[in-house]
Design a protein around this ligand. Sequence first.
Ligand code: SAM
Length: 317
Amino acid sequence: MEDNECRDGRKKVRLANTPLSASQILTRILPSGGGDAENLQRILRLLTSYGVFSEHREFGGKRMYSLTEIGKSLVTDVEGLSYAPYVLQHHQDALMSMWPLVHKAILDPTIEPFLKVHGEPAYSYYGKIPEMNGLMRKAMSGVSVPFMTSVLEGYNGFKGVKRLVDVGGSAGDCLRMILQKHRFICEGINFDLPEVVAEAPSIPGVTHIGGDMFKSIPAADAIFMKWVLTTWTDDECKLIMENCYKALPAGGKLIACEPVLPDDSNESQRTRALLEGDIFVMTIYRAKGNHRTEQEFKQLGFFAGFPHLRLYRVLDY
Ligand SMILES: C[S@@+](CC[C@H](N)C(=O)[O-])C[C@H]1O[C@@H](n2cnc3c(N)ncnc32)[C@H](O)[C@@H]1O
C-alpha cells in the first residue's frame, strides 16, 4: 500500500488550503471525469454550516470552499488521533442500516434492533470483525483524548489512589492520561473484553486485563468508568456497579463519567446532542439502555451500594 493510497486501493485526495469550487474538487476526486458539481456543492454548503468547510464568494457570486481546522482534523488525519474514526465508526453499514429500524425499539424493546438484524448484540458483533473492533478502539481514542483533557483540568478526585481500574477502558487512553497527570497512582488496570485488550498498545504503568464486567472486576482503590453505563439497562448497570462495589475497599470510590440528561427537553444544542445520543444507544446497543438524569444515576448508585453521588460537570461537553 502506497502512502497516498487508502486500504481499498483508492487514491487519497489532498485538499489544498486554496479555496476550490465544487467542480474543481470534483475533478480531483474523479480525475477521469463525471459527477455532478451542483449536487456536490449542495453537500459542501451543508458541511459549511457545520464548520467543516469555509465558503468564499468570488466576484460574480461563485462559491469556493476550503477546509477549516475542524475539517482538516476530520479529513486528513484518518489514521491518527482525531474525530475521524468516530465519524467512520458511526457510519459503517452495520450501524447505518439500523436507522430505518428505530421504531422496532418502540414496538418490541425485548429484542434489540441490532440483534434482530445482525443476529447478535453490537459489542460481540464488533468483536468478531477485526476491522470493526479496531475502528471502535480508534474511535474511542479519538474522542476520549480531548474529552479527558477537559475532565482532568476540572476534576481532582483521584487523591490517595494507588491502584486504579478503568472498566471498559478500550485502548487505555483514559488511564494513560490519568496516570500521566497523577504520578502518585502506581498501577493502572485497563479492563475490557479480551478481544479489545488483545490489540491495545502497551502503556507504561498500565496492565491490560481481558474479562467480562458482568462477571467480575479486578480489585482496586478506585474504579474509573467512562461511557459504559449509558449503553446498558438499569438491571445491567446495577450488576456492573455491584461488581465495582465488590472490587473496592470500604469507602472506595467509583468515578463514572457519563452523559447526564437534563430534566427538561429544552432546545439547546447540548440537550439535543444528549437526546440524540440516547436514541443512538436505543437503536444500536440496548433498546432499554439509556442516557440518564442525575436523579436516575443517584438511584442506580444507591441500589448498588453507593449511597453518595457527587456530580461534576464537564462544561465544554
Ligand atoms: C463506549 S466504549 C467506551 C470506551 C472507553 N471507556 C472510552 O471512554 O474511551 C464502551 C467499552 O465497553 C467495553 N465493554 C463492552 N462490554 C463489556 C464487558 N462485558 N466487559 C468489559 N468491557 C466491556 C467495550 O469493549 C468498549 O471498549
